[in-house]
Design a protein around this ligand. Structure first.
Ligand code: ADP
Length: 442
């Protein structure tokens, strides 16, 4: 039986979608997930237990298992295991992204350097070291005095994702406050548990004005197949950068779309990515004056779009029965097993997803209006992923959403409208974290 190795954080929505796709294709899926080997298969998925922070041991453990149960392809979900996945693919001579390229792709400073060296547009940037033991920032010379610091600027971690820790500063005092806040986040137990040296550095860079787009693609032996360009219709101007709506097809002018695709392809090439899924984020600067949009690639991740958002994408074959659309996960499995994705196109409907942002810190008590939201025209589904009584943390510290809304329509504008209508029908109950005294204590 054909066998594909899937590296993932834990068993979640996307791993389930991979499971369904594997069943359809008759493929045996072997999981390798981040967990302690002392816990006896807690999710009953027979996963190979690995530790993402210990890449050598993880590769060795997987290679050991795969010698007895040979694998024909490797897939990765999430940023953390991309290098392990690349190394396993390399160990078995399977096509994939080179491990060095996967490492650059998940490191924002290294990515910037590669793009700059390739002559691609990048903002000015410099790293600032944070001493994990000390409570003080230790930039030498002081970050505040450092050229080319101008405002507005962005401070961000070099190796977190989901906009965590990304903040805009407009002057020296907001810059100082943002750096302090970021330092506190980087010193939390949860971030340090990743044991990633990259977390000892943060990046300061110029703010790029403009519209933002995401590109979902599959590199096939160096050639980029674009599956979708997503518009992010909500302005992302800070001070924090929560992603909300993704809609495809893009409403950008054709020449802008062409530039987005060619710049993302050049960026992937500059990073050294070669074969496998890529998810790129870029901002298109409107004010060049040259008449041509300038595309700044913020990142090209060596993995597919995350979690539930992949549901916003369904693919149709130009060759076989055009009626039956497949999931992104099925296409990724086919590709991991060698199929050329060139024959697959995004289906013709417009579609989109809203990642429902956390409006404020507090305890989640529940939500009303789900049925009404689901009935909004064009809405396909509303899923609330926050758990009742869970502490909700908004950005820049938070790392989750309240849930997801999916919509489909003839045109992108209809999708956006459906998502906004459904969201307006939801009422979330969020209590303050500590009980508020309504009466004077006796
Ligand atoms: P992550 O990998 O955590 O998503 P990014 O570097 O992609 O981090 O930044 C997250 C978001 O922050 C981007 O999607 C964008 O909206 C905003 N952002 C990041 N860097 C810049 C920048 N230099 N200029 C303007 N916006 C930025």
């Amino acid at each position: 039986m054909t066998r594909v190795l899937l590296l993932a954080t834990t068993t979640g929505y996307q791993t389930r979608a991979f499971g369904e796709a594997a069943e359809r294709l008759g493929v045996d899926l072997v999981f390798a997930t981040d967990r302690c080997h002392l816990i006896e298969d807690p999710w009953q998925d027979h996963a190979i237990p690995i530790r993402f922070y210990d890449e050598d041991a993880s590769v060795a453990a997987i290679v050991q298992v795969a010698k007895a149960r040979p694998i024909d392809g490797v897939l990765v979900v999430g940023d953390l295991p991309t290098v392990i996945g690349a190394r396993v693919a390399q160990a078995f001579g399977l096509p994939g992204h080179p491990p060095e390229a996967a490492a650059i792709a998940r490191h924002k400073q290294l990515t910037r350097e590669r793009l700059r060296d390739a002559g691609l547009p990048v903002p000015w940037f410099f790293p600032v070291a944070i001493d994990p033991q000390s409570s003080a920032l230790s930039p030498q010379p002081s970050a505040l005095d450092r050229a080319p610091l101008t405002y507005p600027c962005i401070v961000k971690p070099v190796a977190l994702s989901g906009s965590r820790g990304v903040m805009r500063a407009d002057d020296p005092s907001t810059f100082r406050a943002a750096l302090e806040r970021l330092r506190a986040l980087m010193r939390t137990r949860e971030v340090r548990a990743e044991r990633n040296e990259a977390h000892d550095t943060v990046l300061v860079e110029g703010f790029i004005p403009g519209r933002e787009y995401a590109v979902e693609g599959l590199l096939h032996r160096g050639a980029l197949n674009v599956l979708a360009i997503f518009d992010k219709p909500d302005p992302l101007d800070g001070p924090f950068f929560e992603e909300t709506i993704y809609v495809t097809p893009s409403s950008a002018p054709a020449d802008v779309q062409t530039r987005i695709v060619s710049t993302v392809a050049s960026a992937a090439d500059a990073i050294g990515l070669h074969h496998g899924p890529v998810h790129a984020e870029c901002r298109v600067n409107p004010s060049t004056g040259s008449g041509q949009a300038e595309v700044f690639v913020l990142e090209v991740a060596a993995r597919p779009i995350g979690g539930l958002c992949a549901r916003a994408l369904r693919l149709q074959s130009a060759i076989s029965n055009p009626q039956s659309a497949i999931s992104l996960e099925e296409l990724l499995l086919r590709h991991a097993l060698g199929e050329n994705p060139g024959a697959w196109r995004r289906e013709s409907d417009a579609s989109g997803v809203m990642m429902i942002p956390i409006p404020r810190r507090g305890i989640f008590r529940g939500v009303q209006g789900i049925d009404a939201a689901r009935q909004a025209p064009g809405v396909e589904d509303v899923l609330i992923t926050a758990k009742v009584d869970q502490l909700l943390l908004p950005l820049p510290e938070g790392a989750s959403y309240l849930g997801f809304i999916f919509a489909r329509a003839d045109r992108a504008a209809g999708v956006e409208q459906a998502l906004r209508t459904a969201h307006a029908r939801l009422a979330f109950a969020i209590d303050p974290e500590f009980p508020v005294l309504t009466e004077a204590p006796v």
